[in-house]
Each structure stands twice: as C-alpha cells, then as structure tokens.
Design a protein around this ligand. Structure first.
Ligand SMILES: Cc1ncc(COP(=O)(O)O)c(C=O)c1O
Length: 399
C-alpha cells in the first residue's frame, strides 16, 4: 500500500519538477492562451503571432459556410445531443455526416465517434481480442498504442516504415491467425507517409487485415484531398480507414469508413460509441459543411500545397534538416533538447508560434521544432517565419 503510494507520489513529483523547470527557464510553450480563432495569425495574450502549430489545415474552422451550418443547427436543435445515439436518438444530421464520409472515403459506410482518439480506442478494442495480433509501426499515434494495449491482443511493433521488418513479423504467424496491421497514413510528428501499397501487398500475402489512421491525411493528401488511398490510387483497398474531423475538417469528431458490416458491428459493439453521448448537432452540421467545402473549393488544397512547398524549400535552403516530410507537418530537427527550447523561445519572441517537441514525445536525439502549414498562410507570413528561423538558427549556431 505504502509502496504504491510512494510510486504515485514519485510520478506526480517528477512531472511537477519538469513543469517547474521549463517554466523557470521560460521554456514552457504549452497551453498558451488563444484569444482568436486558430487561423494563420492568432492573438496570444494580446500579441499577434504567425501560427505554425494548428491542424486547421484548410482554414475550415472559420469558413463562412461551416460557421453558418453550425449556427443554424444550434438555433434548430440547441447545444447538446441529449444522450447516446443507440438509446436517446440519432439525428438525421449524424446519418448525413456518415454518408458524406463514406462518399468522401469511397467506402460502403461510415461511423462517427466523438474524437479521433476515441475512434482508435473504440475500434481497435472492438475488433481484436486476446486471440489476435496487432502489428503497429513504431511511430503510430498514442491512441493506436493505447487501443492496442486495451484490446489485450498480442502487440508486435515494426521499425518505422520498414517493410522487411513487417514481413518478418507477418511470416512468423500462421495464415489462420487473426492479424491486424495498423499505421498512421501520415505520421503526426514527422509528416512522412506510410508505404501503403507495400503494406497492402503484404497483408494480402499473409492474410492480414489493414487499418490506417488518416488524421493528417484527410483533406491534405490525394488529388482531391481524400487522403492516402487516393494519393496511392488504391481507394477501397484498405479494410478500415480511420480519420478525424478535428484537423483539416476544422471541427471535432472521429470516424471509421469501411464496409457496411464492420460499421454495423462497431455501432453495436464498440463501448466508446455506445456508452458516450453523441456529438452535438452544431458540430455535426459544421463537419458536413466542411466536407462539402473541400469538394467545392479545390483551390484550398492547392493553396495548402503551395505553402507546404514554399516553406519546405525555404527551410531546406537555410540548411535545416527537415526529415522526410510529405505533408503539412514539417519537423525542423534540432536533435538537442535545450537548443530546441531555445529555438522555440527566439521564435516566440519574433512572433512565430511553433511547438518544441522533446522527450518523451520523441527520442531526445530527435528533438525538434514541429510546424504545420495552413492554406490560409500568406507567402508574406511564411517569409517572415523563414526570416525568424534564419535568425534563430544563426543565434544558436545551428545553421
Ligand atoms: C495520427 C493521429 N491520430 C489520432 C489523433 C486524435 O485525433 P483527435 O484530436 O481528433 O482526437 C491525432 C491527434 O493528434 C493524431 O495525430
């Protein structure tokens, strides 16, 4: 009893010590007070900053049609949804959103959960059990890791995007073994893309199922922003396509797009779906409008990619190591924790909002400034950011 209390206290104390250390050094860049929408320029404590830390990739959070849809839904239905869908009632809006998602992802059907995190948890736990094997890329998102652990399946992890390693794992199980391969299609800290064609080939060869997390791919990858399967020209080939509505869609929620049978199964088995009040109508209406805007306004995707290319070229030209990013997420690898914090500090003083990412989010040798680009950034904003990166890099002796 006493021992576990001591462990608990030690755990809390070590985090408090770390928070105090970062605050004492002025390295604490977390939970900053946003006083404006999460757009390309934000107001933080009365100060305007260029935002390079938002997932609102297409600017849909404040798109007039998205806002109007949400406002109209509040006027018609009020604020809350009144309970869980299976018992208290499903709005037609929920069903319309699920149809829109299925159409967007090119699947038979879709189910909406309350967040992306809960979608991964609720889906993995429902789909596999102690007789299954879940095979994860080492850089998969925390929600996939937690879902895998909670499912009680055997967990195997392969080195990042290493297809030989994945095959070695697959080969070690009989064909009849229940196997689920799960990867982020765009990795959230590095912005690189999973090798879906090869994963699909191996899954077929070894009789495994595939699940991808499209959190940072939906609205970003592919000719019309439909995600990684569109990018690889393999729409409909992945068994379970997961995504969020909180990033490029600008709202909130998560989804699974898959077959009618898998969706019906999840609606009747996933505890995270069944035992949690559904998203409010305003959010659902905003999400529907956002998907329609992505379809109607292809210039947003074009502008996003113009900006991604511009800043990537600028950072690489300055001499920074930006890894292998192929999306709106760009890691600026500093590879030293204190230098990473110092860099964030100098950029902050210059009015540039960035995220320092250090251990335990990444290995210490992979400490980085993580930036994300939006369609709404002007080239002038990005040029200003690049100038700040140049000054900061020289000051710290990185470039
Ligand atoms: C790859 C990935 N999956 C899932 C999630 C969770 O999504 P949400 O924030 O909508 O809960 C995130 C969010 O950071 C993510 O990056």
């Amino acid at each position: 009893m006493q021992k576990s209390h001591a462990n608990f206290k030690n755990r809390v104390d070590s985090v408090i010590k770390r928070v105090k250390w970062t605050k004492g050094k002025n390295y604490y860049f977390y939970m900053r007070n946003l006083e404006s929408p999460s757009e390309s320029r934000v107001k933080i404590n009365g100060r305007e900053m260029i935002m390079l830390g938002s997932n609102n990739y297409l600017g849909l959070t404040t798109h007039p049609e998205v806002k109007e849809a949400a406002i109209n839904a509040v006027k018609k239905y009020g604020v809350g949804s009144g309970g869980v869908r299976i018992l208290s009632g499903t709005y037609k809006l929920h069903e319309e959103l699920e149809r829109e998602i299925a159409k967007f992802k090119g699947t038979e059907s879709a189910i909406v959960f309350n967040t992306g995190f809960i979608t991964n948890l609720g889906t993995i736990i429902a789909l596999v059990n102690e007789n299954s094997v879940v095979i994860n890329d080492e850089k998969n998102h925390a929600s996939i890791v937690d879902g895998s652990i909670s499912s009680r399946a055997q967990i195997r992890v392969f080195l990042h995007n290493d297809m030989k390693y994945l095959e070695k794992i697959l080969r070690s199980y009989p064909r009849t073994q229940d196997k689920l391969i799960i990867v982020d299609s765009v990795y959230s800290m590095d912005g690189d893309i999973a090798n879906l064609p090869e994963i699909q080939k191996l899954a077929k060869k070894y009789n495994a199922r595939t699940m991808i997390d499209e959190a940072h791919a939906s609205g970003v990858l592919g000719r019309t922003g439909k995600g990684a399967p569109e990018y690889f020209n393999m729409t409909g080939k992945i068994d379970i396509v997961m995504g969020t509505l909180s990033k490029a869609m600008g709202g909130l929620g998560g989804f699974i797009a898959s077959t009618e049978d898998i969706v019906t199964y999840l609606k009747h088995v996933s505890r995270e779906f069944i035992f949690s009040a559904s998203l409010p109508p305003a959010i659902i209406a905003g999400n529907i409008a956002a998907i329609k805007v992505i379809r109607k306004e292809p210039h947003l995707l074009k502008q996003l990619w113009r900006n991604i290319k511009y800043i990537k070229k600028g950072l690489a030209g300055l001499g920074y190591d930006i890894g292998n990013s192929q999306s709106a997420i760009i890691p600026v690898l500093i590879r030293d924790e204190v230098k990473t914090f110092k860099m964030a500090q100098i950029l902050d003083e210059a009015g540039i909002f960035v995220n320092p990412v250090v251990f335990p989010a990444v290995k210490e040798s992979e400490s980085r400034i993580r930036i994300s680009v939006m369609a709404s950034h002007s080239l002038a904003d990005l040029t200003r950011a690049l100038e700040a990166f140049k000054k900061a890099g020289k000051q710290i002796g990185l470039i």
